[in-house]
Write a protein of this length. Sequence first.
Length: 342
Amino acid sequence: MNLKKSDISIREQQVLKAIVEDYIVDHVPIGSNVLKNKHAFDCSSATLRNAMASLEKKKLMMHTYTSSGRIPTDLGYRYYVDHLMQQSGKSFLDYNAIETELTISSNSVDALLKTTAIMLSKISHLFGVAMILQYDRSILNEIELVHLSSDRIMVVLGMKSGLVRSIVLNMVVSVSEKDISNITVLLKEKLLGLTLKEIQNTIAERMQDSPLADHEIIQILLNNPKEHFAIPDNELVFTSSNRELLDQPEYQHVENLQKTLVAIDNENVTQYFKTYLNKQNNYMLIGNENMETMYNDCTVVTHVFGGSSFQGQIGIIGPTRIPYANILKILNNFTEIINRVC
């Protein structure tokens, strides 16, 4: 349950803000003496200890060991993000160079999103993700049939977004070049300009009056249009390597490392994003706010982008101890760039 800003006192807000920001930078529990010396609070260490005890009682921070200082809880980070965080200041990153690199990759959706995920990781020192949203609204812009052999045909689908999907059909009977030419003309006439979803739902109706409707190629496409006119999951989500993320101090412990390697496995990331983060919303899920337990020690932050040709989502996965204001600024800047280049 999220707290209102008024649920804690001004003093407690000051203490929580200092502890969260110090812990993000130093990754060590924060004690009252450190707070007093570093932040020049106009009160005694005893008063700070009382404020920290109150914050712990409200589940905004916790002890790691009986005699240690405190660290923020998931609820503490959430309160900080909602009520105390200040926007990040001037960036030292050269976003013109970033835009140039993304522009070079923009002729291919795959290349653009893969480059984005990699660059997000390098800049944030976390795990980068880029995802195509609402792929079934992709508009079919081109379709070609390629004769691989007498009984094997490749169907190449080109989307307006630049995505290309190819499928191989294994035929029972041989197919002539004339048949391939005629069927290509038919498919272009009936399907170009439609979204994948429209094709999935209406291809049977669109083909029923054609003299080629009984041809084996057409029948294969009609038998499973949701498979043939779709983009596979592994082509929807693009991820960075784990190198930057695993340099974080949290992952120097074997147990944390093993759990995180499972969470950022490509298949798990794809399934998680496709299942839970598939709307045109910006998400920030901190720790146990995540919908899968494997991500309960992680923060996931995403931003939606949308160019003229397709919509998607970019994001990062990291420990709950991420520099929230800086990450939001990075994602905002990347979103603006991708909106311009795609």
